[in-house]
Ligand binder design. Structure first.
Ligand code: URA
Length: 222
């Protein structure tokens, strides 16, 4: 318990530090830093790409339509936003919501790694290409790797990296949405719990374990 309290407190300190971050030029155009939200002791940590217009205004990650879809997907496995931790690779909005630049990702990644280290989740679900490539340290696109769990070592802890399609991409592509729903249905198994309605979950082969030594600080990003 003490450990939970001290990690939550360290996370608040990290959020305060990030609030005045000027490691890259995105600091100039932001309304505020969108650090992250949710349970500081969550078993499931979801990583999106970057704040958009609405997130920059509200200060919370993944609001809007993609966020509503994420809430529905979480509900399908018996979870609410407050049960998980949610953060983006970038904490500040790229203007006109363009793709993150490599230098912005490299500057911002230490914030995310510290968050993962402090929350100490069992599963990190990377939403889309940007988060997946950063956390896997590989250039493989999300179409190839979604739904394939890998081992990740972060802050000395072993956890599971689980790449998923980004909800924003799945919003307008029914086939992608179906795959995202199927991939989501396996999260309770990865978390070590039974799905609320396991019988209804589509049958699927167990996750292909691909152990990798992916200590993020050794990726040469920082
Ligand atoms: N908004 C976010 O906060 N993250 C995304 O990845 C997309 C939109």
């Amino acid at each position: 318990m003490d450990d939970v309290v001290s990690r939550a407190s360290a996370l608040r300190v990290s959020a305060q530090e990030a609030a005045s971050c000027e490691r890259c030029a995105l600091a100039e155009g932001r309304t505020q830093v969108v650090f992250g939200s949710g349970d500081p002791d969550a078993d499931l940590f979801l990583v999106g790409e970057a704040p958009g217009f609405h997130e920059d205004r509200s200060g919370a990650p993944l609001v809007g339509q993609a966020g509503e879809l994420l809430d529905r997907l979480l509900a399908s496995i018996g979870l609410a936003r407050a049960d998980v931790y949610l953060a983006n690779v970038l904490k500040c909005r790229p203007l006109r919501s363009r793709d993150p630049l490599p230098q912005e990702i490299a500057s911002c990644a230490p914030h995310l790694l510290r968050q993962i280290e402090l929350v100490r989740p069992r599963v990190v679900a990377s939403l889309g290409n940007v988060a997946t490539k950063l956390l896997s340290g590989r250039e493989l696109g999300i179409t190839r790797v979604h739904g394939r769990a890998r081992e990740l070592v972060c802050g000395g802890e072993r956890l599971v990296l689980y790449p998923l399609y980004h909800p924003a991409a799945a919003l307008y592509t029914p086939a992608m949405l179906r795959e995202l729903e199927q991939d989501f249905a396996r999260i309770p198994t990865l978390l070590g719990a039974e799905a609320p309605d396991a019988a209804a979950a589509p049958p699927r082969a167990p996750a292909a374990a691909e152990p990798v030594e992916a200590e993020l600080v050794q990726l040469g990003l920082f």
